[in-house]
Design a protein around this ligand. Structure first.
Ligand SMILES: Nc1ncnc2c1ncn2[C@@H]1O[C@H](COP(=O)(O)OP(=O)(O)OP(=O)(O)O)[C@@H](O)[C@H]1O
Ligand SMILES: [Mg+2]
Length: 390
């Protein structure tokens, strides 16, 4: 993934020269003439490395360190100091600045410093991914039904081989959970997992979200923005609710996936990426394809491995384990210690049809625990429609 250097300097000439140099060395850059602009970029996470002039028209450069240090992947800050600013430079180093360079800037030194900073960014990114992966570690439970065993077996193969996967299943069956599991099982687990919900994003915005844009690509595109394909580089891009993607966008996506390269909107540079694509749908894509709503070339490209998660009503033997899992997870979170469920209540849960699948079961357990005053969940703690079968 490319590194974006934010050049904070009120002198246009200085920004221009440094920018030209960085581009030639394969870096990307953003420019901020004021402290306020610099803070905007920093807080949005647009800058991987910050090159910071000390005296700015609207304030004192080093105050930016605070904003930088608050980011999950902290961008290294290289201070540009004028002659005599040594005390300030020392102070800034104590406050977490990465390095300082004296004016006039020697480009060779600048490059060395940026190369070291890039290494640090890479390391911080990896640590950030590991931390996130760890937080998600206990979010998945398999169940013993043979259907799920087989899904998981194939998921492990897909993770090992790093191939495209199409995950289908009714709402609430755990498609997103499975996608994240594939991420944590495969060789890309220490790289990003980026999810985009195609149904939640307006069609007009989808393209700019995926591919990003250059400044001036369209009205309102004031500053360059990286697309999610770029953010996910090296890792996994999860296209959720892919059936909602308009067909013209499907064509652009297919090209990007096949070539593992794309251009930002309004841009000419071809950006190469290395991505594993996972997609999910709760609609029947095959049927949509026959009706012309989904491109068959994209369909076959996505379903190198086809994972169907059966609805919960078809794998009822998994219910007891899921119930135990949710109870165990909720106890510490809700400050409770509910250890058991009565046989009658469990029977009622097994009898239910679960149109909302695991999501519904999870909510019912949480609700039951909320209403339960002793150590055992019983029929009385379940909603009427979940017990009427008895
Ligand atoms: N195997 C599982 N183990 C633990 N929790 C699960 C499992 N499967 C699903 N869940 C939980 O059920 C809920 C729904 O899961 P998820 O969002 O992955 O479903 P989905 O198939 O993507 O649904 P939708 O089609 O509505 O987007 C989540 O809260 C998730 O944590
Ligand atoms: Mg989902």
């Amino acid at each position: 993934m490319s590194m974006t250097i934010l050049i904070v300097d009120d002198e246009e000439n200085a920004r221009h020269n440094i920018g030209k140099f960085l581009t030639a060395k394969g870096y990307e850059f953003l420019e901020a003439p004021t402290l306020e602009d610099a803070k905007g970029f920093t807080k949005r996470g647009d800058a991987d490395i910050i090159l910071l002039d000390v005296q700015l028209p609207d304030g004192y450069g080093p105050t930016l360190l605070e904003d930088a240090n608050r980011m999950p992947v902290r961008p290294p800050v290289i201070m540009i100091t004028a002659h005599g600013d040594i005390d300030m430079a020392v102070d800034s180093m104590k406050n977490g600045a990465h390095d300082f360079l004296q004016k006039p800037i020697q480009l060779e030194e600048l490059e060395k410093s940026i190369r070291r900073a890039s290494e640090i960014v890479r390391m911080r990114r990896e640590l950030d991914h590991l931390r996130r992966a760890q937080q998600q570690e206990h979010d998945f439970i398999l169940g013993k039904s043979s259907a799920m065993q087989s899904v998981m077996n194939q998921a492990q193969r897909a993770a090992n081989a790093s191939v495209s996967v199409l995950i289908t299943g009714e709402t609430g069956t755990g498609k997103e959970v499975l996608a994240r599991a594939i991420h944590s099982l495969g060789s890309r687990s220490d790289k990003p997992f980026i999810a985009i919900n195609c149904a939640a994003i307006q069609n007009t915005v989808l393209e700019s979200e995926l591919f990003g844009y250059e400044a001036g690509a369209f009205t309102g595109a004031e500053k360059r923005k990286n697309g999610l394909m770029e953010v996910a580089d090296g890792g996994i891009l999860f296209l959720d609710e892919i059936s909602s993607m308009p067909t013209d966008m499907q064509a652009k996506l297919l090209r990007a996936i096949e070539e593992q390269a794309f251009r930002r909107m309004g841009g000419t540079k071809l950006i190469k990426v290395d991505l594993q694509i996972l997609a999910a749908s709760n609609r029947d894509l095959k049927k949509m394809m026959d009706e012309g709503g989904f491109r068959d070339d994209l369909y076959y490209r996505l379903k190198v491995v086809d994972l169907h998660i059966p609805p919960l009503r078809e794998r009822k033997p998994d219910i007891p384990e899921l119930v135990g899992f949710f109870m165990g997870r909720n106890n510490p979170r809700m400050g409770l210690n509910i250890q058991d469920i009565s046989p009658q209540a469990l029977d009622a849960l097994i009898d239910h049809d679960w149109p909302g699948n695991i999501r519904e079961l999870k909510n019912i357990i949480e609700r039951a625990m909320l209403f339960c005053d002793d150590a055992v969940i019983d029929l009385a703690h379940l909603p009427a429609e979940h017990v009427k079968a008895l």
